[in-house]
Design a protein around this ligand. Sequence first.
Ligand code: 5AD
Ligand code: SF4
Length: 456
Amino acid sequence: MKKVHIKSFGCQMNVYDGQRMADILGEQGFEETASPEGADLILLNTCHIRERAVQKVYTELGKLRDIKNAQKAEGQETRIVVAGCVAQAEGAEIQRRQPAVDLVVGPQAYHRLPELLAEAASKRVVDTDLPIEDKFGFLPAPRPQAIRARGVSAFVTVQEGCDKFCAFCVVPYTRGAEFSRPVAQVLAEVERLAESGVRDVTLIGQNVNAYHGEGPDGSVWSLARLMHRVAEVPGIARIRYTTSHPRDMDDGLVAAHRDLPQVMPFLHLPVQAGSDRILAAMNRKHTADEYRRLIDRIRQARPDIALSSDFIVGFPGETDAEFEDTIRLVDEIGFASSYSFKYSPRPGTPAADLRAQVPREIMDERLYRLQERIEHHRQAFNTAMIGREVEVLLERAGRYPGQLAGKSPYLQAVQIESETNRIGEIVRVVIERTSTNSLFGRPLPHQDGARKGMAA
Ligand code: 5AD
Ligand code: SF4
């Protein structure tokens, strides 16, 4: 069998796309390999969200060129494919900067990989067609064996692209306009996953709660309605969704957190900043107080909900006082975890042309302070779990023999001691201690492993 090595950078959608590409290539007789050395095909699935992510791609490509040359000297042909958002944004420029690249394929064109690879045998090829001709309709269903190898938690893309146009963000340009997959297609995929042992699905989309897919009856379904239906799929014990925009958190979705036990009490809801002036300049379409009120409504529906957010420090023109508004918001809400980034100007986005770019040292200081507060709240959230009972979905072997690792409803990593392999089971666990990145718990006896995943 020919071997393909796939490396994904960036968001969860890239992980999902990487798996779909593995499925397509599997049908072409390729087997996945964990290392680029020895591979016949090396595929980088790239991210364009910040400049650093793009630099990583070129560094990686330099290393791959060396592998390609070394293998050539031994008579093995190696082909290099660049997929993902850098492929979309930079197209043929990638091959100018790194001539070892055989094929550049964008996120909406990868279902054509077999033809493109055939074409790339004789010349360099670029396919960055953006209009979504429902690539999903062309993707092969993953084989049961592939699903099992990927584990009991899976991503399912339900929505792609974005029409929000935040002033800093490349996504509307790299992933294209908002598109929702039809309900029947999503359900068929979830059912197939569940049949092969998946118990936890995360419905993903760049703007997932803007989902408006065509239902079997021809009407438009919301994300909440879709989740009600996904909750009926036998075997699916846990449902999550990401990433949401505050503007699209409708009443039905908030109510789903109250009404559907399968919907996990964890919500990633990026706010980006705490100052209304900055939020307006970012074109976020909401104020900090609107976000606070929304969180209040969600907490009313599901009091134990854990929240996470993304933050950008140093958006052009951000003053010290405006940055303090972000810190205040973080301290008020008390996020269970969060991602935070220094603003990175992206070519083609409106914010990249703004004059008042914030100096690097100030961004560094702000990021440091913000991360200190985020970490403080994360640790407080984790420590508060000690002595509590939670249901843990066991996903994989732990770090040491005799340990199993899984996830709490709040997306925390939990390790337990277990004599037997209980992967795929949901077990009740008492949390006994925490470390920087994990919780450690004792499983309670006499449980029914097939119970539906509910929060403690
Ligand atoms: N600079 C820094 N961070 C960014 N993000 C998106 N675009 C940029 C940018 N230009 C962050 C946002 C988003 C997350 C995925 O990445 O916080 O929510
Ligand atoms: Fe990166 Fe955004 Fe593309 Fe995901 S969609 S890979 S975060 S640029």
